[in-house]
Design a binder for this molecule. Structure first.
Ligand SMILES: *[C@@H]1O[C@H](CO)[C@@H](O)[C@H](O)[C@H]1NC(C)=O
Ligand SMILES: *[C@@H]1O[C@H](CO)[C@@H](O)[C@H](O)[C@H]1NC(C)=O
Length: 363
C-alpha cells in the first residue's frame, strides 16, 4: 500500500474518532414516548415534540414508533431528512453509543407533567401499556421520577432552562410527548421533514404495480369501526370545530360548516357514494384504494358506481402505516376530517400539493 494513503487513512480515522468523542451536545438531549394511540396520534405528537426540541434547543432522541413493539423511526422514515430542521439522533444509536457516557443507568430520572398538588410518586414512567414496553425495549429503567408544570410553548422556554439546566440534566426523559393533541396548526408544515424510507417506498411501488398496474388511483379512508360510531354519536351537541383531528378541515378551508357534524364524523354510505362518484367523474380515475379499520364497502361501491366501471382494491395490510403510505401517494384522496389517520395522510399529500377532500364537505 502507498504509505501516503496509509497515513491519510490513519489520520482520517483518528479525526473521526476524536469527532465522535466530541459529538456530545452541550445543550443536552430530550426523549419521550409516543405512547398515545396509533400511528395518526403518534405522528401528531411526534411533530409537536420535534418542534419543542428545537424550541428548547436540545437534540431530539428520535423515539421509535409504537406498534405491538418499538419500530425504529428509520424503518418508516429517513432520519437524515429531519436534520435539515433540527439536531436529531436515533434512539437506539443514542442508547448504544452515547447513553453509557452521558446517561448512565444510575442517573436516569423520568419527568411527568402533573399538577402541583399531586405527589411525585404518581409519576410512574413505566406504568401501563405501552409505557413499560417502550422503555424496556430501549433497556431504560429510572432510579427516580419528578413532576413539572410547564407548558411547551415559546413563552415557557426560559423556565425550562432554569428548571432543567443541560449540565445537570443532559437528558430530559419525559413520560408524555411535549406536544398538544390535536397538533398545533403551525406544526403541520414540519411534515416536509418526514420522508418515507426506501423500504416503505419499495413496498408502495410494488403494491401500485400489483393492484393497479401503475395506473392512477383514488385513495379513500373509511373510519367505521364501532368505537368511531360511539365517538361520533353526540358530536353535534358539542357544537365544536375542534374535535380530535378536525381542525385540519376547519382551520384553512372556506368551510360552510359552523361545527363538526355527524355527517363529517361518521358519513353515511350514501355520502360516501355521492362524493366518491363526483371525484371519479371529475378525475376520470376508475381505480379505488380503500383503507379502513372495519368495513371496506368493496361490493357496495362497485355496485353503486357500476356505470363508472370502478375497481375497488383493499390491501388490509398488517401494519396501518402501509395504508397511510398508499393513500399518501394516491392521485386523489378522500378522508375523514375528524381522524388523525386521515390527517397524517393529508399532511403528507399537502407537502407535494396533491389534492384531498373530506367526507361531508361539498365537492
Ligand atoms: C443551540 O444548541 C447548539 C448546539 O449545542 C448551539 O451551537 C447553539 O448555539 C444553540 N443555540 C442557542 C440559541 O442557544
Ligand atoms: C437492549 O439489550 C439487548 C440485550 O442486551 C440488546 O440486544 C439490545 O440491542 C439493546 N437495545 C438497545 C436499544 O440498546
Amino acid at each position: 500500500m502507498n504509505w501516503f494513503i496509509f497515513g491519510y487513512i490513519i489520520s482520517l480515522s483518528f479525526i473521526l474518532q476524536v469527532q465522535t468523542e466530541q459529538d456530545i451536545d452541550p445543550n443536552g438531549y430530550i426523549i419521550f414516548c409516543l405512547c398515545m394511540g396509533r400511528f395518526g396520534n403518534q405522528a401528531e405528537h411526534f411533530l409537536g415534540g420535534l418542534a419543542f426540541s428545537k424550541l428548547i434547543n436540545r437534540t431530539l432522541i428520535v423515539p421509535p414508533w409504537r406498534t405491538y413493539k418499538n419500530i425504529p423511526y428509520s424503518e418508516w422514515f429517513q432520519i437524515e431528512s429531519l436534520r435539515s430542521y433540527h439536531r436529531v439522533i436515533d434512539a437506539e444509536d443514542f442508547m448504544q453509543n452515547l447513553a453509557p457516557r452521558i446517561w448512565p443507568p444510575e442517573s436516569r430520572i423520568g419527568f411527568c407533567w402533573l399538577s402541583a398538588d399531586r405527589p411525585k410518586s404518581e409519576c410512574q414512567m413505566k406504568e401501563g401499556n405501552p409505557f413499560g414496553a417502550f422503555w424496556n425495549e430501549l433497556n431504560v429503567s429510572f432510579i427516580d421520577t419528578d413532576t413539572y408544570q410547564l407548558s411547551y410553548d415559546k413563552y415557557s422556554i426560559n423556565e425550562w432552562h432554569e428548571l432543567f439546566p443541560a449540565d445537570r440534566y443532559p437528558v430530559l426523559a419525559l413520560k408524555g410527548a411535549p406536544a398538544s393533541f390535536p397538533m398545533l396548526p403551525e406544526h403541520r408544515q414540519l411534515q416536509k421533514y418526514m420522508d418515507w424510507s426506501e423500504q416503505i417506498m419499495n413496498e408502495v411501488r410494488q403494491h401500485q404495480k400489483t393492484l393497479f398496474n401503475n395506473e392512477p388511483y383514488i385513495g379513500i379512508h373509511l373510519r367505521n369501526d364501532v368505537d368511531w360510531l360511539r365517538a361520533c354519536a353526540d358530536v353535534e351537541s358539542l357544537k365544536t370545530r375542534s374535535y380530535m383531528a378536525s381542525p385540519q378541515c376547519f382551520d384553512q378551508s372556506s368551510s360552510t360548516h359552523a361545527y363538526v357534524t355527524h355527517k363529517i364524523c361518521y358519513p353515511s354510505d350514501d355520502e360516501i357514494f355521492r362524493l366518491l362518484k363526483n371525484i371519479v367523474l371529475h378525475t376520470r380515475i376508475h381505480n379505488i384504494y380503500v383503507a379502513t379499520d372495519k368495513r371496506p364497502m368493496i361490493k357496495e361501491i362497485e355496485e353503486h358506481l357500476a356505470a363508472q366501471r370502478v375497481q375497488v382494491k383493499h390491501l388490509d395490510p398488517w401494519l396501518p402505516v402501509m395504508d397511510i403510505a398508499m393513500l399518501a401517494h394516491a392521485n386523489y384522496f378522500i378522508g375523514n376530517c375528524v381522524s388523525s389517520f386521515t390527517s397524517a395522510v393529508k399532511r403528507a399529500r399537502d407537502v407535494h400539493n396533491l389534492p384531498s377532500a373530506f367526507w361531508g364537505f361539498s365537492e
